[in-house]
Design a protein around this ligand. Structure first.
Ligand SMILES: [Zn+2]
Length: 78
């Protein structure tokens, strides 16, 4: 069955993996190029992307998540 719910596409390698095994990651894009004028325009966008386990490991997303969690827990003690 095509387009079944629960399958997400890895943003890096394009592989399909089950949502519960994929790693979601919020990518912040802060600027880009306007395709019409060619000027660099500033905008802020958060795009949610998914990575398969191997890409997440390769990109160090697990470490980033751990770091964020640590930062949040440290803040509580301040
Ligand atoms: Zn991947």
């Amino acid at each position: 069955m095509r387009g079944r719910e629960g399958l997400v596409t890895c943003d890096n390698c394009g592989r399909k993996s089950p949502r519960n095994k994929a790693v979601s990651y919020e990518k912040n894009i802060s600027f880009g190029t306007d395709p019409h004028s060619g000027n660099v325009v500033r905008f802020r966008e958060t795009r949610k992307v998914y990575y398969c386990i191997s890409c997440a490991k390769h990109k160090g997303i697990f470490e980033k998540k751990k770091e964020n969690a640590m930062r949040l827990s440290n803040r509580k003690f301040e």
